[in-house]
Design a protein around this ligand. Structure first.
Ligand code: PL4
Length: 407
């Protein structure tokens, strides 16, 4: 008799982003003439740059010729691309070998899958609020109890509040897996070297593993801020990193990311090399490699021209972030993030709940955002606006908020 994994029953009703889409569709059906402006999902809107398009074309052309045709590639990714990514880390002063880099189809699958190589009894700590995949993948794996009073039993929530600048302190007790995301989704906060060092010191001390999501690293302009956890001394012994081409290069639909699992990484019952071997085993067993066409695109992103063009695209989105931040501040709203990250994190006015504000903003200004409470209990009373959009749409949305939102 087959049975289901009933951990799925513990999950909250809908995954956050489909829920937003559902409510937006319902509003549009009731108000067919309303022009809805979407600053909700962090999804790129600008076309791929010319070098990257040329790279993708190269990938297609290779498939048209028997001399250059390739079928299955290495599950861990194209050798040249792994080398290019290792070189990027070298540029940050970090020594990562190409075979410590695993190319994937994105940071979402990697951040959901990575937990599978760790014991089911591991205690998990997450930033609160956090990208929902970290929590939900561990709920599904059975590392939490039931949902009670707005949180999962057994999960350690590290509150990110205005008081701590949205970067939490290390957990008080002993935890085993720690998810950190910097630049942060949803708060837009970026951890300093000193802040990351407190986590590295903690993790080395208790043999915990930090799962560091750097999907938004390209949005950091402050040279003092770390773009990788591996910039912190000792991090290769206690951290792995997950990252993505999605936001840096506009690959949200193209799909390409990577993880770095250092051979030096250890945990309680694994000597150096074993975590790396297990992730390699997991990927070679359950993943058949990223698309060869897309990896050619990734190589183009990593080229000098690709990096220059993608930096311009990142700057374009960051100009949008400034437009949102300035517009909301002009209204007297309390706003965070949006400086080294593409998300603006605002306090909801007059004590409205995050979902009440979602409805209010949609009804009054026809703007869609993301309720902070969807990212965790400490997100209640906050709201996220995404800077990924055409500049003219972002400007129209901010104008509509300024003209139509009743405060
Ligand atoms: C909507 C911290 C966005 N359907 O594109 P990927 O898989 O390389 O990266 C996904 C990802 C990974 N890590 C962090 C992220 O914020 C994201 C993307 N998040 C958002 O609006 O929060 C898109 C979400 C998508 C989803 O469910 O991921």
């Amino acid at each position: 008799m087959a049975t289901l994994n009933l951990n799925y029953d513990k999950l909250q009703a809908g995954y956050l982003f489909p829920e937003i889409a559902k409510r937006t569709r319902a509003f549009q059906a009731e108000h067919p003439d309303a022009k809805i402006m979407r600053l909700g999902i962090g999804d790129t809107t600008e076309p791929l740059t010319s070098s990257v398009i040329a790279g993708l074309h190269r990938g297609v052309d290779k498939l048209a010729d028997v001399q250059t045709y390739t079928g299955y590639g290495a599950e861990q990714g194209n050798t040249e691309l792994r080398q290019a990514l290792a070189d990027r880390y070298r540029g940050l002063g970090v020594s990562i070998e190409p075979d410590e880099v695993f190319v994937s189809d994105g940071a979402k699958p990697d951040s959901a899958n990575i937990q599978s190589i760790f014991g089911v009894d591991n205690i998990v700590a997450v930033q609160d609020p956090a990208y929902p995949v970290y929590v939900d993948s561990n709920v599904i794996a059975g590392r939490t109890g039931q949902w009670k009073d707005g949180r999962f039993q057994g999960l350690v929530y590290m509150p990110c509040t205005a008081d701590n600048g949205f970067i939490p302190a290390v957990p008080e007790g002993k935890v085993d897996l720690i998810y950190l995301c910097s630049p942060n989704n949803p708060t837009g906060a970026v951890a300093t070297r000193e802040q990351l060092k407190t986590f590295v010191d903690y993790a080395r001390n208790v043999k915990a593993v930090i799962i560091f999501d750097s999907a938004y690293a390209a949005f950091i302009s402050d040279p003092e801020l770390p773009r990788s956890i591996f910039e912190i001394e000792g991090a290769t012994e206690c951290a792995l990193e997950i990252s993505s081409f999605s936001k840096e290069a506009g690959f949200t639909g193209v799909r390409l990311g990577w993880s770095v699992v250092p051979k030096a990484l250890i945990c309680e019952n694994a000597e150096a090399g074993k975590v790396h071997r297990l992730w390699n085993r997991r990927q070679t067993t359950m993943f058949n490699g990223a698309s060869n066409i897309v990896q050619e695109g990734g190589l183009a992103v990593m080229s000098e021209a690709g990096q220059r063009e993608c930096a311009e695209m990142v700057a374009y989105y960051m100009k949008n972030a400034r437009t949102i931040k300035d517009g909301l501040e002009t209204l007297g709203l309390t706003v965070y993030g949006g400086v080294n990250a593409p998300y603006v994190w605002m306090q909801t006015p007059n004590g409205t709940s995050s979902w009440e504000f979602f409805d209010k903003l949609l009804n009054e200004a026809h703007v869609v955002g993301t309720p902070g409470s969807g990212f965790g209990p400490s997100g209640e009373g906050f709201f996220r606006l995404s800077a990924f959009g055409h500049a003219e749409d972002i400007e129209a949305a901010v104008s509509s908020i300024r003209e139509n939102l009743a405060l």
